[in-house]
Every structure is written in structure tokens, then in C-alpha cells.
Write a protein of this length. Structure first.
Length: 311
């Protein structure tokens, strides 16, 4: 396959056709006639030797090859658009920009409260939207700017190497028990850890963690009685049972401030988590994103993140 044999305008048609899954809507998006778009689809089918879109009772469906091609084409078009566009000036004091972060409840607990407070002081008209991070990295949404940053622990994610990444925090783990738990000690041993029933926080729906891998390497396994996708629900369970909940230290401090819980140290050899900020290189030149990234990094690295409340 030789690129010079392909009319590059067809890449715009390919992206629109696969995204919209309709010849008519793709034609409307690119301001061409429906017959012209049908002709483009036929040329694409010939060039790639694949039907690309097939009819079904549920409308036009893309083939696996079409989905594979679209990801690269969409990113290439986004990169061109980024390079051809002049980055907009950004003044946080007057901007009404809306930023979208894709993340877990860890970041919602630790970073978002001080971030909202700082925005009220420096950028009162800026808005923050939160979308929930799932197992699949939203690469296309990062490329086209629907999502500005992804914030999460790389121990739970497989991050493509071409995406930009900064590691902001190496977060140690700590355990929480109800304050009158029968086990009264400041640090748990591995024996204590595997003897207690656990509540497991699984924000991405994972069934295991680096800590479970660590235990398995030593022929050990903990007893997970409950899987929860919410820190608050897990803390409520622990406050009324003899369960142990292992979580990042900053969130543990918050939970111990709100609930009748106590923090206990874990064996020092247990692995921690690395909090990463991830963005797409095609968006790297935007001054607004540089500003927000610098602000979030400064907050997460400071004592302003996850304030500790008195018990």
C-alpha cells in the first residue's frame, strides 16, 4: 500500500463515515452530496480491499479493519488540525473554559476539592467536568479534546507509549479498621493481613491489584469478602465490621476523619501506587492545558491535597 496513491481527502471521508456510520450524515458533515460520499466510500473500499461499512438490521456497522484504520486516521487528522491552528491565548482570570478530566474517585477525593477552591480564587468562571475512568483508555477522546486529561494509577492501566505522561505522586498504601477493632496494633504483619477479611476497592472493575500479585509471588492470598467501587461505601462497611480496607494513604486520612476508623501501617515491603497525568500529544501546545496541568501538579504535590480532619 503506497500513500501517494491515496487521495488524502479520502481520509476525511473515512473518519466521518466510520464515526457517523452513515453515508448521509458523513456527507452533511463534510458539506458534500450523498452520491459524492458514496463514491468516496467505494474508492476507500477498493484502496483498502475491505467493505469498511456493512449493512445490518441496526444500520451500517464498521468492520474490524475500519475501526483499526479510524483510530490512526483520527489521530493524524487531529495532529494536522492542531499544527495548522494557532493556539488560543488563555487568561484564567477571564476564561470561561470547561475542562474535562477522566479519573477515579481517588482524584475526586484528593485533588478536586483543593482544585475547586483554587479555581474560585484564580479562575472563577472556569468549569471542571469529571468523567469516570474505565479499563479502556479513551484515546480518541483525548486526541480530539473531548477529554483534556486522564488521571489515574498506572498499576491499573495499560497506557500507550505515544501518550504524554507525568508521574505526580508515589502513594503508599495504608490499612483502616474500625476504631474498636479487636486487633489493636499500629502495624500489621503479613500474617495479620491475610488472616483478616478484606473490602477491596475496585474503581475500574478490577478483580486484583499489585498487592495481590505481591502476595501471590510469596504463595499468599488475602480473603476478599466484598468488592466495592466506592471509597465511601467501603469505609461504611469497615466501620461496622471486622474487615480491613487497604487504600492510598491520603484518602485513608480523609476516611478516618469522617468515619469511626483508625489507620494502621502495613508491611513496608508492600508496593504503592503511582498517580499519573496523561494527555494526548496533539493537544500539548494549548496554553490552557499547560496552565491546568501545572496547577493540578502543584496541588497534588502540596499539603493542600486530601486535608486530614481531626477525629
Amino acid at each position: 500500500m503506497k500513500l501517494h496513491q491515496l487521495d488524502l481527502n479520502l481520509l476525511l471521508a473515512l473518519d466521518a463515515l466510520i464515526s457517523l456510520r452513515s453515508v448521509t450524515r458523513a456527507a452533511e458533515k463534510l458539506f458534500v452530496s450523498q452520491p459524492a460520499m458514496s463514491h468516496s466510500l467505494n474508492r476507500l473500499r477498493t484502496f483498502f480491499d475491505d467493505p469498511l461499512l456493512v449493512r445490518s438490521p441496526h444500520g451500517m456497522l464498521p468492520t474490524q479493519k475500519a475501526l483499526y484504520l479510524q483510530q490512526g486516521v483520527h489521530q493524524a487528522l487531529s495532529l494536522l488540525q492542531s499544527h495548522f491552528s494557532q493556539p488560543e491565548a488563555f487568561d484564567p482570570a477571564t476564561s470561561a473554559r470547561r475542562f474535562t478530566l477522566c479519573t477515579t474517585d481517588y482524584v475526586e477525593c484528593v485533588l478536586i476539592p483543593p482544585l475547586v477552591k483554587k479555581l474560585a480564587e484564580e479562575a472563577p468562571n472556569v468549569h471542571i467536568d469529571i468523567t469516570i475512568l474505565r479499563e479502556d483508555i479513551p484515546e480518541l477522546a483525548l486526541a480530539d479534546g473531548e477529554i483534556d486529561f486522564l488521571l489515574g494509577f498506572d498499576e491499573y492501566m495499560s497506557i500507550p507509549s505515544y501518550l504524554c505522561r507525568e508521574t505526580w505522586l508515589n502513594e503508599p498504601l495504608i490499612g483502616i479498621l474500625r476504631h474498636d477493632h479487636p486487633l489493636q496494633m499500629d502495624r500489621l504483619t503479613l500474617s495479620d493481613l491475610i488472616a483478616l477479611p478484606h473490602v477491596f476497592h475496585a474503581p475500574l472493575g478490577n478483580l486484583g491489584s499489585p498487592m495481590d500479585d505481591f502476595l501471590a509471588e510469596r504463595g499468599l492470598q488475602r480473603k476478599i469478602s466484598v468488592h466495592s467501587q466506592s471509597y465511601m461505601a467501603a469505609a461504611a462497611i469497615v466501620s461496622n465490621t471486622d474487615h480491613l480496607f487497604i487504600l492510598p494513604k491520603k484518602v485513608a486520612a480523609m476516611m478516618a476523619g469522617y468515619w469511626p476508623l483508625k489507620m494502621v501501617a502495613l508491611p513496608e515491603e508492600l508496593p504503592g501506587y503511582h498517580l499519573n497525568c496523561i494527555w494526548h500529544p496533539v493537544q500539548d501546545s494549548h496554553p490552557a492545558l499547560h496552565w491546568l496541568r501545572d496547577l493540578m501538579r502543584s496541588l497534588i504535590e502540596s499539603d493542600d491535597a486530601a486535608p486530614v480532619f481531626a477525629t
